[in-house]
Write a protein that binds this ligand. Structure first.
Ligand code: CAA
Length: 253
């Protein structure tokens, strides 16, 4: 099929106005997708800045409010988007937060807040799009995990548990959807140049950067490139995989 004959795929990106999410939106739009950036409407200033940043894409990137930790908010957003743009072909779950504290200091609130966004959010979104994807025989789901889900990180029992859970979830769902044209994969970023990593205390951050073989933080574009690769129409034989993008910070077979 020639490129112009390819159908326009509708792609949702949760955490779409965040450090990595914004770049994912851009790369998917450049690949010809109709992109809907989903994020909390309460981040008003950031929403306005995002709209300016993607203005050059015209209508190819639009913003829709969502709270991924709320099952019904996700259902309503998917229904709204279905009416405005058509059924969802691609879902990128990039919404994530940190609530860092060593376990001896971690409050139940820090644990549950993080789980509701980073893990429940993936369930909430996938649950509302997967049936449509399997019924139509095409879908691409990419869940953003983290190197810290693979290795564990001091002060991140909550985050590491959720991010490891994200890949377990992806492998299980990949099996459920493999025969229906729907792939489910994970991308595990290392430490990237984003506000989330900028919030890590400066001395700890310096130590981490010193341990990255490539010698720098990742750029959001490094991550978005991997996501766009897995979300491509012709990536149908890659499923249940984890693609690490960490500058060599953690290598495994
Ligand atoms: N490794 C080993 N020991 C450590 C440590 C580490 N990384 N960090 C702190 N400690 C030690 C301290 O030296 C101190 O030792 P002593 O008691 O002997 O003096 C002790 O642990 C302090 O323990 P506390 O429970 O009091 O820890 P704290 O409250 O001072 O700090 C923390 C805990 C806030 C979690 C801090 O360690 C921290 O911010 N760590 C960085 C966490 C991190 O990397 N987050 C990543 C965020 S970005 C992200 O998540 C994106 C992604 O996907 C990669």
């Amino acid at each position: 099929m020639s490129r112009s004959a390819l159908p326009t795929r509708v792609a949702l990106v949760t955490g779409g106005i965040g450090g990595i999410g914004t770049e994912i939106c851009r790369q998917l739009a450049r690949a010809g997708r109709q992109v809907i950036a989903l994020d909390l409407a309460s981040r008003e200033e950031r929403v306005a800045a995002f709209r300016d940043e993607v203005a050059g894409f015209g209508g190819a990137i639009v913003f829709e409010p969502i709270d991924v930790s709320d099952f019904d908010s996700c259902r309503q957003a998917v229904e709204r988007i279905g009416q405005r743009h058509g059924s969802v072909d691609i879902l990128i779950n990039a919404a994530g937060i940190t609530r860092d504290a060593s376990l001896r200091k971690m409050t139940p609130q820090q644990w549950h807040e993080l789980m509701r966004v980073n893990l429940d959010g993936v369930f909430n979104m996938c649950r509302h799009v997967v049936e449509g994807m399997t019924a139509r025989g095409f879908g691409r789901i990419v869940n953003i995990s983290s190197v810290n889900g693979q290795t564990g990180q001091f002060g991140q029992t909550n985050y590491s548990a959720a991010k490891a859970g994200v890949h377990g979830f992806s492998m299980a769902l990949a099996r459920e959807t493999a025969r229906k044209g729907v792939t489910v994969n994970t991308v595990s970023p290392g430490y990237c140049d984003t506000p989330m990593v900028a919030a890590v205390p400066v001395d700890i951050r310096a130590q981490i950067i010193a341990g990255i073989p490539v010698g720098r933080l990742g750029a959001p574009a490094d991550i978005a490139r991997a996501v766009a690769f897995l979300a491509a129409d012709d990536a149908g034989y890659i499923t249940g995989a984890n693609l690490p993008v960490n500058g060599g910070y953690f290598m495994s077979f």
